[in-house]
Design a protein around this ligand. Structure first.
Ligand code: AKG
Length: 157
């Protein structure tokens, strides 16, 4: 079950929203139903390498996830063929096909229940569930948080 499955998902998830405190120092609860996203899947679920156009606060609710991170500084080596995506699969890196990727420094972290992970806009990430996992990604910060206009590739998909 992925975050952007449309209005029917949002309708179901709205009923769970009251179980999730908004963290008022950072997040605007009144925008949560539109700007919070639920990721729910079994062990082995992979979200392939991409970056977002918002800052994200990832709240890990159930299970563990490995997040592989690459700084935006590595853009020249990312084989960013389309919008926010990379041709490189971090599940199995093909350095013959993507030699420049060899210069990229990857930071690996694991998030566990109760962890809040701040993922800055532009940071590349590949996410793998190490067990059945539920994550809520919050983008409803109190401050402006939509950087889509800064990316000229936005019309590509
Ligand atoms: O948790 C995941 O599987 C992916 C999260 C993600 O890519 C995001 O919140 O942008």
């Amino acid at each position: 079950m992925t975050a952007r499955n449309g209005a029917s998902n949002q309708d179901v998830l709205r009923r769970l929203q009251s179980d999730f405190d908004a963290i008022p120092e950072f997040l605007d609860a009144s925008r949560a139903s539109r700007e919070n996203f639920l990721w729910f899947g079994p062990k082995g679920t992979i979200t392939p390498l991409h970056h977002d156009l918002t800052n994200n606060m990832m709240a890990q609710v159930v299970g563990e996830k490995k997040i592989r991170l690459v700084s935006p500084d590595s853009l020249p080596f990312m084989y960013n063929h389309l919008h926010v995506y990379s041709e490189v699969s971090l599940a199995s890196i093909d350095v013959q096909r993507f030699p420049l990727f060899g210069r990229v420094h990857i930071i690996d972290i694991v998030i566990r229940p109760g962890d809040l992970f701040f993922l800055p806009v532009g940071w590349w990430h590949h996410v793998e569930s190490l067990s059945t996992s539920i994550t809520i990604t919050c983008t409803n910060f109190l401050w402006p948080n939509d950087f889509s206009q800064s990316y000229t590739t936005y019309g590509q998909i």
